[in-house]
Design a protein around this ligand. Structure first.
Ligand SMILES: Cc1cc2nc3c(=O)[nH]c(=O)nc-3n(C[C@H](O)[C@H](O)[C@H](O)COP(=O)(O)OP(=O)(O)OC[C@H]3O[C@@H](n4cnc5c(N)ncnc54)[C@H](O)[C@@H]3O)c2cc1C
Length: 191
């Protein structure tokens, strides 16, 4: 006698990145359709949550979003997910954003702003480039490696603000006197 297994119903609440990641990995299990029925509940029609963005036709197609979103190079799980997702999408090379690395623009140079006594103070930081490709966690940092990385970042932030360094620093066109232009640009394989 044939028995029919009752499918388990799964509700994913919200359509932000955490919900979509859950949906992506749940539907990556081989044969998931035999066991699960998955529904995503999102208020309104737009997926993406705080990471959603769109164009406003009434205002010259300007981009509207919750805020600029950056993936730091050590977001290995996030990059791995995007790589798996683009792999599954299998876009042909001529299509826009055909591969995951076309959807991100690598940069090492970041300027944080802080308001001190009513005046905006820029903190330019040039982050070091990690070896390898983001998403490849095959060379994780050791505990001591994290400490060294933090100390190096501290050194860069302090160095950016020390008067002795100001004379030697090259000027950045858009960020005034504090910016530096020693951004090495994207790794060669991403250019
Ligand atoms: C201005 C800004 C800049 C940021 N910059 C960065 C960055 O550079 N790098 C980075 O890593 N992170 C950044 N973040 C954080 C990042 O956006 C969030 O951590 C991430 O989007 C959270 O995703 P989430 O899926 O958990 O939640 P959300 O993105 O908030 O998604 C929740 C979803 O659930 C829906 N929802 C809520 N209630 C209900 C309901 N009752 N029924 C159905 N649907 C519901 C919402 O409409 C929404 O779509 C930034 C956040 C902001 C606001």
């Amino acid at each position: 006698m044939q028995t029919t297994r009752k499918k388990q119903r799964i509700a994913i609440l919200g359509g932000g990145v955490s919900a979509m990641t859950s949906a992506f990995y749940l539907t990556s299990y081989p044969g998931w359709k035999d066991d699960w029925e998955i529904d995503v509940y999102q208020m309104g029609w737009r997926l993406g949550g705080k990471g959603a963005s769109g164009r406003n036709r009434k205002h010259n197609q300007r981009i509207e979003e919750h805020g600029l979103h950056i993936f730091l190079g050590f977001y290995d799980n996030a990059f791995k997910t995007m790589q798996d997702l683009y792999g599954e999408l299998a876009r042909s090379p001529g299509e826009p954003l055909a591969a995951w690395h076309q959807a991100w623009k690598p940069t090492n140079h970041v300027v944080f702003m802080e308001q001190i006594k009513g005046e905006w103070k820029p903190w330019p930081v040039t982050f070091p480039t990690r070896p390898g490709v983001p998403g490849d966690a095959s060379q994780p940092l050791s505990g001591w490696g994290y400490v060294q990385t933090m100390l190096e970042l501290d050194r860069r932030v302090v160095a950016a603000d020390r008067p002795a360094h100001r004379g030697r620093r090259r000027r950045h066109r858009s960020h005034g006197r504090r910016g530096r232009l020693d951004d090495p640009g994207p790794p060669r394989h991403l250019r």
